[in-house]
Design a protein around this ligand. Sequence first.
Ligand code: BG6
Length: 495
Amino acid sequence: TKTDPTIFIIFGGTGDLNSRKIAPALYNLFLDGWMPKQFSIIGTGRTKLTDEQFRENLHNDINQFSRSGKADDKKWADFVKNIYYQVSDATDAETYKEFGKRIDKHNAEWKTKANVLFYLAVAPNFFPIIASNISKAKLAEDKKRVRIIIEKPFGHDLETAKELNQLLSSIFDECQIYRIDHYLGKETVQNIMAFRFANSIMEPLWNRNYIEHVQISVTEQLGVEERGDYYDGSGAMRDMIQNHLLQLLCHIAMEPPVSFSADEVRDRKVDVLKAMRRFTPEDVRNSAVRGQYGSGWMKGKEVPGYREEPKVNPESNTETFAAIKFFVDNWRWQGVPFYLRTGKRMHQSSSVITIQFKDVPHLIFPTEAAESWQQNRLIISIQPEMSIRLQVQAKRPGIDMVLNVVDMVFDYKGTYTNQAPEAYETLILDTMMGDQTLFMRGDQVEAAWDLVMPILSTWQNKKSLNFPNYSADSWGPEAAEALIARDGFNWFTLP
Ligand code: BG6
């Protein structure tokens, strides 16, 4: 493999993220031969556990959550030898000496200097103290080998994001900091750049001359589940739009990078965020819709409204849905609306990007010939369906000239037999290899916060009076339909 000896120290070792995502990803990387010969995974947390107990827990997690299914006994035995547990109080600087000792021990055993990856899979209030303690224990000094991986949310607003960036950059160089936005690791999201920049037929059409509007829709059937605690202080705008949806938008709107190098790609994305039109309070009223789900029925089961969810304020004004019309003010995109929407407890779980092209300049066929006239659309389906379809008009076979819409489809299922890796596998491998292309740079995060702040503060100053305003298993509030209908369009959904 191309990876150097590596020591992972996972804060939040007993947490949900490690159980569901990180540990299964590491295991699958191991199965696929990506892990270095010498590696060690040290989970850490306040819970008192022995190595044996921790290993047993991860074994159960992997059996339950790994894409490769139940762990094979022999493979598991080989993998588990590299797993350890260290009880720690992350706020106590003394604890970090233990990590130092473990790192020294591995280095001595392996007769090398291993990469050390500190993975902060903990609540954001712990980010600063953990980073400072790593520094105090002098564990951050090797700029080449030590890296820090930070989960979301990165800041609660622009100010706190800046503070966190400042603190991190007082300890680490930017090339050591890996800010995760797991959408960037998704196979279908990575493919957007391949599709745009490895084909010559897209680029000539990819601009305001041919594209009428763009939709980015990420809907989920899930409610807030057990996360009321975090979510009630966050909401759809902070939880999804500021990061995942704006990153998808950047993939669609960015200029062609000169190369696939981390900074070149990230520079082009920052350009997009900087070019996006800022909102006045009036724009917020006209172009941003928020919603909160009420109770309803999903898949034959009655589900509570957001305000009835555990750990949610019964009078909460937090939005569980947002739909926003953005503009990118540059030569390529002037005047092309980008409609973004996301919500919980929606009718469908699907993430889809729709690019609608302009109409033909002149219709030569009689209108009766066009049974279901529709402008060309390119539909990039990120999940659960993984596909790209181009909708075109075609002549229906028959004596007379009748047109209807057909799909030209590339779908992963029909094209590839191998299972796509999970986002976390790609991202964790990149942290080992030192490739930051799919990670958020400090200025990128700040640019995204800068864009959404006026919307957040306008919303905060004016409580929404009509919450809940959509019921579970719907497509969100009516105002979101109106937002796009006013411009003569409607939200696209896959059947
Ligand atoms: C997370 C959000 O970042 O992304 C969650 O905090 C959301 O609220 C999740 O459910 C969606 O991710 P995915 O990969 O399931 O689309």
